[in-house]
Design a protein around this ligand. Structure first.
Ligand code: G4P
Length: 543
């Protein structure tokens, strides 16, 4: 039976859906595990990094995966969290917990369209940075996507237990390089490498941490007032208070409106490894990050969260199981209640889609999550017809804007090694393109036997060649092309562009005309010589 709008609204209010954006090695896996520990999904951390003296608890972790159908590498990790006074306090079960969805962004160093798409499914992001390294390339790229999509960002400075930069250096770096103003919620007491606790800027009190063996358990916290703190911590406390005053003078206090508008970012200092500051992060998410909100449809009309069911597919994953050729589509619920078994409509084809065979891939039990609400992520198996950006709904009809394709930076031609495999090659190309694995460009000169693949990250090419072989038994040859950027153009400008050296014009499968350039100097030269030509930058996301 469907829930009432009131029930749905309540479910929505207690949900937070976010992703962690970080450069590899900043501590995303360690933090994910620490969050699970604080949400009491696991009793001991250490599965991720057992080797450095912590007790390995892989079995604990795996048991949990088995029992609850989740994993650190899964697409979305869902857990309940009840804010507690202190991390070591039992939250009790009188209060209804918050439901936190942590949507995973691909962890590899390479950058792909997948990463961008995942960020269309979240309402907030946690930008995790290494205290010693500050902003790193992948953090920057991911942050640009958040900015473009208007996703509010909470900044977490991790590894504070190790020597690193000062808070003010990090704050300056973030303000200057990305134009986001950090508004620390806490100031660390003790310099990087000597992490003692956090000065809570809003209450003026001190949260003192104690280490646990190997950082495997929740670190006990003690709440002290300013006087006690000054006595215990002396100069370290004074320094923290002074820093906080300085920040206030510079106007760097949390402001809800500015945060939601993407101008400021609440900042927290943590040690994921020691489990310090993790409760503070969870609480910031619950307190400050927005709950799932209405989403505009293609006509700009909002679909309210309490409207009948609707969802957007943001990721399609195929070939995970070689024996099954399965295709899993992950949808983020936008409105209403999802009940396993309901028959919904696929907006792009108008066809019914039976979720009877669907599987919820997160949650307490892999196969028996029967209901889900806005903000939740559900995996649909055998979803052959679904592609990233597609809409599913229960009447009344709705269609959300496409996720959009992203500015490619890597280009290569692909052909089947054996001409006899051409038919298979075509079929495979269509399939992989429809899943959004790669963009496909064509022009008359090159013909169809060796289309040009365009990708945001070169790893997308590897996925194509590997899957061509594994799933379609087509051996392929990939040849990188000497182009490095693309601009959107039109029919009128194409002939002139085609005449230029270092430029080639293509049509993408969605009909868009793209001109590829060898490098930015070539582009600048042509723009200068031919100011009348249409050359529009491709944005990171097409909305
Ligand atoms: P990632 O998912 O973002 O790639 O990072 P991951 O959690 O794998 O962490 C990368 C490395 O940083 C690991 O060290 C991890 O232990 C360490 N790390 C993560 N958080 C913290 C922290 O708060 N403080 C300190 N000091 N280190 C942290 P490793 O050398 O690769 O592994 P291991 O030898 O620690 O097992």
């Amino acid at each position: 039976m469907s829930s009432s709008p009131d029930t749905i609204a309540r479910e929505v209010r207690r949900r937070r859906t976010f992703a962690i954006i970080s450069h590899p090695d900043a501590g995303k896996s360690t933090m994910t595990e620490a969050l699970a520990l604080h949400a009491r999904m696991i009793s001991e951390a250490g599965a991720v990094h057992g080797k450095s003296g912590r007790k390995a608890t892989v079995s604990d972790w795996m048991e949990m995966e088995k029992a609850r159908g989740i994993s650190v590498s899964s697409t979305a990790l869902q857990f309940n969290y009840t804010p507690t006074g202190l991390a070591n306090e039992d939250p009790g079960d009188e209060v209804e917990p918050n439901v936190i969805n942590l949507v995973d962004t691909p962890g590899h160093a390479d950058f792909s369209e997948d990463t961008y798409r995942v960020l269309t499914a979240v309402d907030a992001a946690v930008m995790l940075i290494d205290a010693a390294k500050g902003l790193e390339p992948q953090t920057l790229k991911l942050f640009q996507v958040c900015r473009h999509r208007g996703i509010p960002v909470i900044t977490v400075v991790n590894k504070w237990d190790r020597p690193g930069q000062t808070p003010l250096e990090l704050i300056d770096e973030i303000s200057e390089r990305i134009g986001l103003t950090p508004t620390p919620l806490y100031v660390p007491v003790g310099i990087a490498g000597d992490f003692r606790g956090l000065y809570d800027r809003r209450s003026g009190s001190y949260v003192k941490f104690s280490r646990t063996a190997g950082g495997a358990k929740i670190a006990p916290e003690e709440l002290l007032d300013a006087q006690q703190a000054a006595q215990i911590e002396g100069d370290a406390w004074t320094a923290a208070v002074e820093e906080s005053e300085l920040l206030s003078e510079m106007g760097q206090d949390h402001d809800e409106e500015l945060f939601l508008a993407g101008a400021t970012s609440p900042m927290i200092f943590t040690s994921a490894m020691l489990n310090f500051g993790v409760r503070q992060l969870l609480e910031a998410l619950v307190e400050l990050a927005p709950a799932p909100a209405p989403r505009d449809d293609v006509d700009g009309k909002p679909r309210e969260v309490t409207d009948p069911f609707s969802a957007v597919v943001f990721k399609v994953q195929a070939g995970m199981d070689a024996s099954h050729r399965d295709r899993l589509a992950y949808m983020r619920i936008v409105s209403g209640e999802f009940e396993r078994g309901m028959v919904v409509t696929h907006a792009q084809t108008g066809r019914p889609f039976a979720t009877k065979y669907a599987q919820a891939v997160f949650g307490r039990d892999r196969s028996t999550v029967d209901t889900a609400y806005p903000g939740d992520v559900v995996g649909l198996v055998n979803a052959t017809a679904l592609a990233p950006g597609d809409t599913l709904y229960d009447d009344p009809a709705v269609e959300f804007p496409p996720i959009g394709s992203f500015a490619p930076e890597h280009f290569a031609t692909l052909r089947a090694r054996s001409a006899g495999k051409y038919k298979q090659f075509r079929k495979a190309m269509d399939q992989l393109e429809s899943e959004g694995v790669v963009q496909v460009l064509r022009n008359d000169t090159r013909g169809d036997a060796s289309p040009v693949l365009a990708a945001v990250g070169p790893m997308q090419f590897e996925v194509v060649t590997a899957r061509m072989l594994a799933e379609f038994t087509v051996e392929t040859e990939l040849e990188p092309l000497g182009y490095s950027l693309a601009r959107r153009t039109d029919d009128a400008s194409s002939p002139e562009l085609d005449r230029q050296r270092g430029v080639e014009v293509f049509t993408r499968t969605d009909g868009a005309r793209l001109a590829l350039f060898s490098d930015k100097w070539r582009l600048q030269f042509i723009e200068k010589e031919h100011p009348d030509l249409t050359l529009e930058p491709l944005v990171a996301a097409a909305d």
